[in-house]
Design a protein around this ligand. Structure first.
Ligand SMILES: Nc1ncnc2c1ncn2[C@@H]1O[C@H](COP(=O)(O)OP(=O)(O)OP(=O)(O)O)[C@@H](O)[C@H]1O
Ligand SMILES: [Mg+2]
Length: 369
């Protein structure tokens, strides 16, 4: 089959820190940033960070997806998910598109390639433009979950300091309304008083030019759940537990930007995953159940990764939904979806072709075409 792989690729060797004069340049960002963090106050660095491309894939990932699809017998053309993509799709008219493009601009960035393909009537893997858009706006996603009584932390949205003056219980968790890959989520995102909450609202407004989502802090264990398939065929892969004990001493027990990108490196790997999660059957089943329900009500398609945390009473809550899960190919990197797939007996190539297989089957059946 003639497949186009739609992607956005990280610019290699680019400093993760901004180019402004007073920012620090590092030759080997990850390692040096770690040193920098340990030598500085935990909370005084985020404004130096340029995380514009954090959601994008590495060249290694795109090469691995391409080669997996080729191993499945397909003829693969690469199409970068930029503003020229529409013309390229129109010209090459692939039979199917494998979509991993995260997009760059705007709240709807993960919907842009799906929208182009919908307009051109070219079928593609993964969720449609509407679902991708909804999941990228964490409040819209939570509103739908709440309508269907699927548990998620109580929340409000704000970009105004005065709104934080009203009676609030603490701790709260604060994050940008529409980012992924833990962008904007730092150790300081757990706030214990109004002053800290105000600082975070200002930081998010400053750095991301968007409102904040303020949630009740879910203080319990964390899990992430890889899903594959559609309708009654949807498969929940072995649940990954985020081992919060691996978070360095002195940091809040969250899977923050620091933990994901600076503390957990190939050279110095954190023991951050337990797969399958070491929890009792009852909890395991409850997590599966809410993830299946979320998959259904959000009308997710083919694959997704759903983050879950326990509240103070041990009840699982949906944290957020990733219709385009990260898929780092090297088992030496901690990447949840491939980790769960490996545990389910699928190597990388099998996993990629299984996602394609689910999409092809859905398309044949005319389900949410
Ligand atoms: N309400 C909350 N209570 C406690 N911790 C939270 C809460 N919301 C988010 N977190 C922590 O912050 C992390 C990142 O949050 P979230 O998953 O919403 O961000 P993201 O940028 O979309 O992540 P991803 O990298 O999965 O795309 C979570 O994995 C969790 O550790
Ligand atoms: Mg997440």
């Amino acid at each position: 089959m003639r497949i186009a792989l739609a992607f956005n690729i990280k610019k290699e060797n680019e400093s993760i820190l901004s180019d402004s004069e007073d920012s620090i340049k590092y030759s080997s960002p990850k390692t040096d940033f770690r040193k920098y963090l340990s030598e500085n106050l935990i909370n005084n660095y985020p404004e130096r960070l340029d995380d514009t491309y954090a959601e994008w894939d590495s060249e290694e990932t795109i090469t691995a997806v391409k080669s997996a699809l080729e191993a499945g017998g397909h003829d693969v053309t690469l199409v970068e998910g930029d503003s020229d993509a529409y013309e390229k799709f129109k010209m090459i008219r692939p039979e199917f598109v494998f979509n991993v493009a995260e997009g760059l601009n705007g709240l709807s960035r993960e919907s842009q390639i799906p929208s182009m393909l919908e307009m051109l009537n070219i079928p593609f893997t993964g969720s449609d433009s509407v679902t991708n858009g909804i999941c990228h706006d964490k409040s819209r996603c939570k509103e739908i979950l709440s309508y269907y009584n699927i548990p998620n932390a109580k929340f409000f949205i704000t970009d105004a300091i005065h709104k934080t003056e009203k009676d609030l219980s603490f701790p709260k968790f604060i994050k940008p309304l529409h980012e992924g890959s833990s962008k904007g989520i730092f150790n300081s995102s757990v706030v214990r008083n109004c002053a800290d909450l105000r600082n975070e609202i200002l930081r998010i407004k400053d750095c991301y030019d968007q409102p904040s989502l303020v949630e009740d802090f879910l203080e319990g264990k964390e899990f992430t759940v890889a899903m594959l398939g559609n309708g009654d065929d949807v498969k929940v892969m072995p649940i990954v537990e985020i081992n919060l004990d691996a978070v360095p001493e002195g940091f809040n027990k969250i899977y923050s930007y620091e933990v994901k990108w600076f503390f957990d490196t190939r050279e110095s790997k954190l023991d951050i995953f337990r797969c399958p999660a070491e929890i009792d059957e009852k909890l395991y089943n409850r997590i599966e159940l809410i993830c299946k329900a979320a998959f259904k009500v959000l009308r997710l398609r083919d694959w997704a990764r759903i983050d879950v945390r326990l509240d103070s009473e041990g009840n699982p809550n949906i944290v957020e939904i990733n219709p385009l899960p990260g898929i780092l190919p090297d088992p030496a990197d901690n990447s949840c979806y491939p980790k769960a797939a490996r545990e389910a007996g699928m190597d990388y190539d099998t996993m990629i072709n299984a996602v394609l297989g689910a999409a092809l089957k859905r398309n044949r059946n005319g389900f949410h075409k």
